[in-house]
Design a protein around this ligand. Sequence first.
Ligand code: CO8
Length: 281
Amino acid sequence: MSQDDERPKESRQPRDRLRVEVPAPRPNDPAGGRVAGVALVTIDRPEARNALDFDLLEALATTLEGLDGDPTVGCVVLAGGERAFAAGADIRELADATPVDVAFGRRFEAWDRIGAVGVPLVAAVRGYALGGGCELAMLCDCIVAGDDARFGQPEIKLGIIPGAGGTQRLTRAVGKAKASELILTGRPIDAAEAERIGLVTAVVPAAETLARAIELAEQIAAGPRLAVRAAKAAIRQAFELPLAAGLAFERQAFALLFATDDRQEGMAAFLAKRQPTFRGR
Ligand code: CO8
């Protein structure tokens, strides 16, 4: 299937808390245009500030895995609502959890499944991204934040600590001194501070958040798909591996891309002083 396959596919699940639009609607387009190569997944549980209960997380993981395997999708935008991207894991569910549930319950695996998705993810964050919501945003490759966004890891106020990667990913994203303060106190930060400390890709006027995230996703999706996925995978390794092993991973991925049509096309187009046409192979 070609990269610019524009057949709209839409679904809502479970219990209407997750909206999936493929390709994504082009924001502010009265003609109802679609953005080729971009999928939009919207968490829609406003009455609970998009708290991520287990069913919702499971559906999100399954949805993202499905989009990861969809050849028409080159980038996914993950959005929430105006008041909350996600206010964390569902505290009502966590309140009943036992240590055994948390340690061995397969339901927590959804977080790992989301982290393993190979297609790039762009978070469009307005309002609260707290606890698991902040961790979900950090699982995305880029974060476009509205100027009304609030990030934080408030778990300490509940007598726990971040459990879906916050202590590791926030520390890697913003450094030990800042991460320690935010995690040890639970203090939320606004979008401007999040940008200053390097947590987000860009801060934009709140009303433009989704449009700007989709614009960024469109640029990513228009790129050579195999190289884009390889770049994402290599960047991820910067968090997983020591430098020498990460450099070896990068070198191997770099070499493999020399087998792709898109590499030949990209270089030929440059030399011929024309725009490349990438086909994702
Ligand atoms: N879980 C469940 N319900 C929630 C959550 C949540 N995280 N956040 C909000 N809600 C519900 C409220 O209970 C309320 O419900 P109701 O109307 O039935 O009383 C409704 O949403 C609206 O909430 P508020 O009235 O509080 O709305 P405000 O706009 O005044 O405040 C806030 C919004 C600031 C977001 C506030 O609701 C809040 O502080 N929420 C909790 C934030 C939080 O502590 N998040 C961390 C949760 S713990 C976590 O995420 C750990 C993840 C670890 C995963 C482990 C994997 C192994």
